[in-house]
Design a protein around this ligand. Structure first.
Ligand SMILES: [Zn+2]
Length: 102
């Protein structure tokens, strides 16, 4: 058992409270979004790049999981990565996104 990887109750609570707040998009690069990434609630921009570049998966919008995250698409394009959505099954906050960040 890896105890360090297990979230504490306090962290779980912060996840459910903070992650549902506006502006939590990993690409808002705000204090809040960074705080949320630190708690492991949401992937970091680097995780999201990896998702697309190595796994062909696109991160969904925080506000509307039916749509790709515009922040992610812009960031990928800006950094010269492939950004077009090739897999319509988007990766959401609720999905097991940890699978695509390694
Ligand atoms: Zn977003």
């Amino acid at each position: 058992m890896d105890k360090a990887k297990k979230k504490t109750v306090r962290e779980e609570l912060l996840c459910s409270v903070l992650c549902s707040e506006f502006g939590a998009c990993p690409f808002s690069f705000s204090d809040k979004s960074e705080q949320i990434q630190n708690y492991g609630c949401l992937p970091t921009p680097m995780d999201i790049v990896k998702m697309r570049v190595e796994h062909g998966k696109t991160w969904a919008c925080h506000e509307n999981p039916e749509k790709p995250c515009l922040g992610a698409l812009k960031y990928l394009r800006k950094n010269g990565h492939p950004f077009k959505v090739i897999d319509k099954e988007l990766v959401t906050e609720e999905s097991n996104w940890g699978l695509y960040t390694n």
